[in-house]
Design a protein around this ligand. Structure first.
Ligand SMILES: C[S@@+](CC[C@H](N)C(=O)[O-])C[C@H]1O[C@@H](n2cnc3c(N)ncnc32)[C@H](O)[C@@H]1O
Length: 240
């Protein structure tokens, strides 16, 4: 298969049931049941079923959402899965559209099969790698569980912007892929939006399968993947 496969538009369940190969990491970034994408009454049942289906083929799963909405996933973990980390994406630059607290965070629940491998060593900088080589690295420092990256809006992240209304910045998805995968591993994003996960996988030398129910977003994703850089890093040092 090509390193990044973009499927024709289809529902998330069709994608999850159609993947016949084990997936190392699945990114689930659906509409949030608030704001853009609208509200569905059966959101909890629907997302629980999506997570369960993903768990049949995946070692790691990341579930995105607003904390006050997505927390229920923790009470309904798939059999054999555990919470690895509650991650927060913190962005200060969201323009206020409501009177009151200005939205500045999204949650990302990292759940995985018990005992799934993590790769904190992918975050070591040059000096730390050298210490590790000399056997002098006394502990393995992990990346922070709060990912502080601004929203791509206005002039911020202009070169990344595709027009998708909920596009995640590259730097928000990158740590998820680095922590859970090695070069050549397979990543799945069945609600890929503008294809950010695919662009990150291309840059890091991971394989990926992408899909979305919207034909318009599939077009955006294909164009974005075609113009992205297939850079396979010799090492991950100095990326943070
Ligand atoms: C929050 S956006 C994903 C943004 C993406 N991570 C990015 O960086 O561009 C949610 C996406 O889920 C897709 N989606 C929602 N429901 C879906 C479904 N039932 N099947 C497949 N895709 C769906 C939407 O079309 C939308 O593009």
């Amino acid at each position: 298969m090509s390193d990044i496969l973009v499927l024709p538009a289809q529902d998330v369940f069709d994608t999850l049931r159609g993947v016949k190969e084990p997936v190392t990491t699945t990114v689930l970034d659906p509409w949030y049941n608030k704001g853009v994408g609208g509200v569905r009454e059966d959101y909890e049942e629907w997302l629980t079923a999506v997570v369960d289906e993903a768990a049949h083929i995946s070692t790691h799963i990341f579930v995105w959402g607003f904390p006050e909405i997505v927390h229920f996933v923790l009470d309904r973990l798939p059999h054999g899965f555990e919470l690895v980390a509650w991650l927060t994406w913190y962005y200060k630059n969201c323009p206020s559209v409501i009177r009151g607290w200005r939205s500045a965070q999204l949650a990302c629940l990292h759940i995985a099969e018990r005992g799934a491998r993590l790769f904190p060593e992918h975050f070591l900088n040059g000096a730390q790698l050298e210490k590790q080589r000399q056997g002098k690295l006394r502990y393995m420092p992990g990346p922070p569980s709060v990912i502080e990256v601004p929203l791509n809006i206005g002039f911020v992240g202009r070169s990344e912007q595709t027009g998708h209304p909920a596009q995640k910045p590259f730097k928000v998805i990158e740590p998820l892929i680095l922590m859970t995968t090695e070069a050549g591993d397979l990543v799945l994003d069945p609600m890929c939006g503008s294809g950010t996960t695919g662009v990150v996988c291309r840059a890091l030398g991971r394989r990926a399968i992408l899909c979305d129910s919207s034909e318009e977003y599939i077009r955006i994703t294909k164009a974005r993947i075609q113009s992205s850089e297939p850079v396979v890093l010799a090492s991950h040092q100095s990326r943070f």
